[in-house]
Design a protein around this ligand. Structure first.
Ligand SMILES: [Zn+2]
Ligand SMILES: [Zn+2]
Ligand SMILES: [Zn+2]
Length: 361
């Protein structure tokens, strides 16, 4: 059995943390059921006269909430969202009838202008700037959690490119604070807690351990041929002193990468200055790898951290915060939307290798 040309993969891979988020990995050419999402041309201009997020147009945005390092020479600026999907004004809370259960759309929706340069990409930002940006995420999450006990979750995310839902070209992230814990976060919290009860070990730490220390060969029972080979570091895309970027074995998106702290940490609010410096480095290098392989990818990223006020003592030990980066290279099909089973047409092993072997300066 040779190891050269990889055999096409066609298998359903079970997400070890959230089994309902499993994926069909189908890599044979003829099997590809998906339509590719073309990379969008990127607006690389440094300054745009009419852009409300550009320097000099501060009067065009809703009121400012915070600026870094200062309002008069800002590099990062947090403002209220002009079209918030959730608001903290008083609404009628009594809207439930029969099976039509509702929760008041209470919350906060804010925009974080990531950089004063209009068209700069994440991998083009300096590492000190990225450390400042992730520090700003942390500070704002902290402030929102403290501001009102009705807020159960603060989600920080970024949409980049029209296919990823970005409506303004100027680089920005968003912060949404909600009165409910999102289902996918709740599923991660519940399932990782169940794993911890059974194994007294964090499942995310186990995944990191497997990526760094695991080697295995699975043979065919009848013929003795090699069915699968798992090599040390096969799923590792980037590694820093404190953070690791991993290509999940059961990735729903072709180029999905997760960044996790190497040492167990449940809550993103605990990241230190040293953590932020290393996170910035791992983030910049991971995004540069994605850019080199995909050429101007449209993507989302979002932070999953332990929800506050969930009355769960074990969750400090069982949950592990992480950043999920999901490039949008294909449009979901009816099969995917109807079944909830995502189709990934690039074997995660192949994707990880391509990303890892990019030569960075
Ligand atoms: Zn701009
Ligand atoms: Zn852990
Ligand atoms: Zn997650």
């Amino acid at each position: 059995m040779t190891e050269s040309a990889p055999k096409p993969v066609r298998e359903i891979r079970i997400n070890p943390i959230v089994p309902s988020e499993s994926v069909l990995v189908a890599t044979a050419r003829g099997l590809r059921p998906k339509k590719a999402e073309a990379p969008a041309p990127r607006d690389t201009r440094a300054h745009v006269e009419t852009c409300p997020f550009c320097t000099g147009n501060e009067h065009m945005t809703p009121p400012v909430i915070a600026s870094y390092p200062a309002e008069n020479n800002w590099e990062i600026r947090i403002v209220e969202n002009l079209y918030p999907v959730l608001g903290d004004d008083i609404r009628n809370p009594n809207l439930t009838f029969g099976l039509q259960q509702t929760i008041d759309g209470y919350g906060r929706h804010e925009v974080m202008i990531d950089h004063n340069r209009h068209g700069i990409a994440i991998h083009e930002m300096s590492e000190p700037h990225l450390a400042l940006l992730f520090g700003a995420y942390r500070d704002r999450m902290q402030q929102l959690y403290r501001s009102n006990s009705r807020l159960r979750y603060v989600l920080v995310f970024k949409n980049f490119g029209p296919a990823a839902g970005a409506s303004i070209a100027h680089t920005h992230s968003q912060v949404i604070a909600t009165p409910v814990i999102p289902d996918n976060v709740q599923a991660e919290v519940t399932n990782s807690r169940a794993f911890w009860h059974k194994n007294h070990h964090c499942i995310f730490c186990s995944l990191i351990d497997e990526a760094l220390t695991f080697e295995a060969t699975i043979y065919d029972r009848e013929s003795g041929d090699i069915r699968r080979k798992i090599n040390v570091g096969q799923y590792v895309v980037e590694r820093g002193a404190k953070f690791i970027a991993i290509k999940p074995f059961a990735s729903r998106y072709e180029w999905e990468v997760h960044i996790l702290p190497l040492q167990h940490q449940s809550d993103f609010l605990r990241v230190s200055k040293d953590d932020l410096d290393d996170l910035a480095r791992v983030m910049r290098r991971t995004m540069a790898r994605l850019d080199a392989v995909l050429g101007g990818a449209q993507y989302n990223y979002f932070l999953h951290s332990l929800p506050h006020d969930i009355q769960c003592e074990d969750c400090e030990a069982s949950y592990h915060w992480h950043l999920e980066i999901t490039p949008r290279t294909s449009i979901p099909t009816g099969f995917e939307l109807g079944s909830g089973l995502f189709v990934n047409t690039v074997a995660p092993e192949t994707a990880a290798e391509k990303l890892r072997t990019v030569v960075l300066d």
